[in-house]
Design a protein around this ligand. Structure first.
Ligand SMILES: C[S@@+](CC[C@H](N)C(=O)[O-])C[C@H]1O[C@@H](n2cnc3c(N)ncnc32)[C@H](O)[C@@H]1O
Length: 249
């Protein structure tokens, strides 16, 4: 089987009417690959989908209006209310969401682990105040700013890598606001923060999702507020929400 077919099978495997991956263990198709290589491969092969021009995208959460538009309104509101000038985008992807905040700030640093998507972004989004940086948020120093947005990124990372990221936030306090958006099961009482290997799939297969203020991450802030929940459930998909939580330090 070709590598792309194997990987697609891994991401999409879901026997009808059952949670993904139930009943059988699947081999991890990215074993031995480094995180930047994994996400380069995702974008090279359009594993999260393609747009009308055939270019790979960062997934439905970055492109479906009913999912992204309420988020854009909410974040613009926070930027204006607190007069925030420097925005840090951690895991900016194809920048279809991030591009909507450029006008509202003085400087925008958009980071991603994948050089493939960053090189494309650099050609399309050329405003002086935007800087694209190749950064692994688990391993590299985080850029300083007023607000950082990490949207549907942690869901693709392993717990060890998320912990490295959270420890840097705790140690250096680089932001006034950290905005975290994650795909979660919609029913209360799901097991939070189950571990998974780095990759394009998410914890939905295990009926889990990332909640940073819960163990083992235990992020503490002056205030923690859920500002948005969008229902992700659609025909053929499991029942889920995309939740945005704002941590103010
Ligand atoms: C699903 S996309 C979301 C993109 C964007 N935040 C949005 O909401 O449209 C996840 C992005 O996170 C990036 N990513 C994954 N792990 C990362 C890491 N450790 N450091 C930086 N970026 C990472 C991937 O390359 C991908 O572009």
């Amino acid at each position: 089987m070709g590598v792309v077919k194997k990987i697609l099978g891994f991401i999409l495997a879901k026997p009808p009417g059952q949670p993904r991956n139930s009943g059988r263990r699947q081999k991890h198709p990215f074993k031995g690959m480094k995180p930047p290589e994994i996400f380069d491969l995702v974008y090279q092969n359009g594993l999260w989908g393609k747009d009308s021009q055939g270019r790979s995208i960062s997934g439905s959460g970055s492109h479906e209006n009913r999912i992204k538009d309420p988020y854009i309104q909410a974040i613009r509101g926070i930027i204006r209310k607190h007069n925030l000038k420097v925005i840090i985008d951690l895991g900016c992807g194809d920048f279809n969401v991030g591009k909507n905040f450029v006008e509202a700030c003085e400087r925008y640093i958009a980071c991603d682990i994948s050089n493939v998507i960053l090189e494309r972004n650099k050609k399309i989004f050329t405003e002086d105040k935007i800087e694209f940086r190749n950064i692994d948020i688990a391993r590299n120093e985080l850029p300083l700013g007023d607000i950082a947005c990490v949207r549907q990124v942690l869901q693709h990372m392993s717990n060890d890598d998320i912990l490295r990221f959270v420890n840097q936030i705790k140690a250096t306090s680089p932001y006034k606001f950290l905005v975290v958006t994650e795909h979660l099961p919609s029913a209360d009482g799901f097991p939070e923060n189950l571990d998974k290997p780095v990759g394009p799939n998410i914890r939905a297969a295990m009926n889990s999702g990332i909640v940073l203020d819960k163990a083992p991450f235990n992020l503490r802030a002056k205030t923690t507020e859920v500002v948005l929940e969008v229902n992700e459930a659609q025909e053929g998909r499991e029942d889920a929400i995309i939740r945005t939580t704002v941590y103010e330090f």
